[in-house]
Design a protein around this ligand. Sequence first.
Ligand SMILES: [Zn+2]
Length: 100
Amino acid sequence: MECQRLQKLVKNWYQQVQDEAMAPARMVAFMDAHLQECEVCRADPMVQEEVNRIRAMVISLVKVAKSTEDETASQEPEAEEVEETYVDDDNDEPDEIDED
Ligand SMILES: [Zn+2]
């Protein structure tokens, strides 16, 4: 990777992904956008391959984090409570308190 700018950006983005401040898909999109607009990167024949490697790394990083998370989070969906139509006809008066 010859582009200093992209090197810095990737470091920065990668840190944010690790901190869960940025979605990995977003980082991938940013990298792709940079490749398209950066002249240094467009002239670098190796950069696309490196970006592909970084992309795979970022995605695997997330999968690891997600899979441990899912284990605790995966719960059976709660059965919906059947709402009984219950009409309360009589007035439930609170028990009278005997004063004195
Ligand atoms: Zn670049």
